[in-house]
Design a protein around this ligand. Sequence first.
Ligand code: SF4
Length: 351
Amino acid sequence: MAAMPDRLILAEPRGFCAGVEMAIKALTWMVRIFEPPIYCYHQIVHNEWVVAAFERVGVVFVDDISQVPEGAPVMLSAHGSAPQVVEEASRRAAVVIDAVCPLVTKVHHEVRRLAERGYDIVYVGHRGHDEAVGTVAEAPHAITLVEPETGLGDFQPKDPDKVALVAQTTLGMYEWEEVLRSAKEAFPGLWTARKSDLCYATTNRQSAVAKLAELCDLILVVGSDNSSNTQALVRVARERGVEAHRIDSAAEIQPRWLEEASVVGLTAGASAPDHLVAEVIERVAPRFGFEVLSVTSEGEYFPLPPQLRGFVTVLQAVVEAGLTARPPTEPGWLDRDREWTAAKALEMIGT
Ligand code: SF4
């Protein structure tokens, strides 16, 4: 048994997904454009460090839209909001920017369409999670929520030929596959999305952690307790018989974990900033350094919400009015958005 880890293997991809990148950059623009306080319905992304960073610059996170004062600017989180919340926000706030991830929006559309067509919808998700609450609210009369761990349970449709199975985007792949298998058995005419609702970031990070599990005797997952995809990464590792722990930061590593490990695997949930991962590498201090294990590369990019793009364009015009005009060939802020990362945005707000 090694006294300290020999090696560390870093999973790729890990950390920020395209939806989280977009949401963090969008809230950063809100902070730049509007006077604080700026309100955000639900945590912008489920990460303690990111939430604290925005709180320091005047963002107030609320769990009830009635807590937003009339006329204040408000952002809706990446997890997607119930239609009633969007409506109420539009009534109260001067400006509402919805930072919902387009892959969550896709599931909302799916649910609405299926409900209109008379389907009994089984939604596989975690009860009380922001994304699940928002999605179920699209058609509560037509949806039954089932937990991935317990599956269909005693679900009984009105018509067994008209059942649809949809999912929270951040489920564990093997949990989803199990529910899918039993649903297909019970309802041969089952409707389900061709490529499943689990998003690319969820499946890629879980594939990487599954590979890590073949090579490591301890896996550390950086991410917050309320982050569903982070928790799924821990479960995927444990399911493969490897000791795995979720940590918010390097400070939470317990020395005895490292004493018993020779090869440490490291990954991060989709809302965890990469500098926290770097701090974990430093803390683990593997004797023979670290290497990267890459299962795929990701090029997904989601542009800022359309309503916000309008504000950014106006702000740029105002700034440029006092300066020499930008040559038409030079890219504007929005043209450079793809290169401007969430990490840079967080640096800009002084984190
Ligand atoms: S984890 Fe997937 S669904 Fe959630 S914000 Fe990221 S890309 Fe979107």
